[in-house]
Design a protein around this ligand. Sequence first.
Ligand SMILES: [Fe+2]
Ligand SMILES: [Fe+2]
Length: 299
Amino acid sequence: MDLTLQYPISTLDGLILLPADTKLTAATMDRLMEDGRARAFPTKLIMNHGTVRQDIHRFLTLPPYNIVFADPEQTGYVLTLFEKVTLPVPLLKIIDYFKEHDFHTYRHSLMVYALATLLAKVLGAADEEVAKESIAGPTHDFGKINVPLAILMKETPLTPAENRLLKHHVLAGYVLLCYYLHEKDSATIRLALNHHERKDGSGYPQGMKQQSRLVEIITVADIYDALISRRPYRQIAYSNRTALEELCGMAERGEIGWKVLRTLIALNRASKPNPEELIVSAEKRGAPPAGNMFGLLTD
Ligand SMILES: [Fe+2]
Ligand SMILES: [Fe+2]
């Protein structure tokens, strides 16, 4: 793995963990884990933090999640698991930071967690595998604390330089989580780094052919939740149908896999069909909302 930082990485309180131009070698990551271990951060239950419990319960009742999470047994499973998840206090402070400054990322972090956990369960993952996602889901975008808010909240197309800074969130997340969780190979750490990689190698930061199902589940949940949300650069969210069609387009191009996507589509149908028997129409009837600036670059 050859990853070199284009920008420094710092904690929320301004401590520079690694300067720009650092190569993320195994030795660098080992040193970072040791530094983090020496600080011994206390941990707390995420559900007891701030208004997380009441917010997540409320987000689950809002469309389209009211349909996706219509089965009380499945939803109960997800919430019971989430009740057990702890995070080091500095990572809980990142949740507070997003809640205050970038509410979308706050909500998105909680919902990607919830949806990924549900998808993993429905796909038949063992409980301990699903539990891994309980911590990975909310933390996948935490590197965004190193992206200026002016970029996160920008309503017009990003310049190439701003886009590079935005993409830097995957390396920042990887480094920050390695430091705070003292791990460098866990699912959580890999997800922070790889959630924008695609199966066909068209993603970033490495352009590798993403093969982990765990990563794919988060990726599908991540893209879906982003599409159905109102964003600074897109005042109108994708309709649920158009969002799912957009994901089907990605599966047709080989960027994501059909198995996870079919499970998401099945969860979106009130009748909850078996994902294996689901007939997905190839016809695209939806249209992206007008004024969508996502992915558009100026120079
Ligand atoms: Fe991301
Ligand atoms: Fe995300």
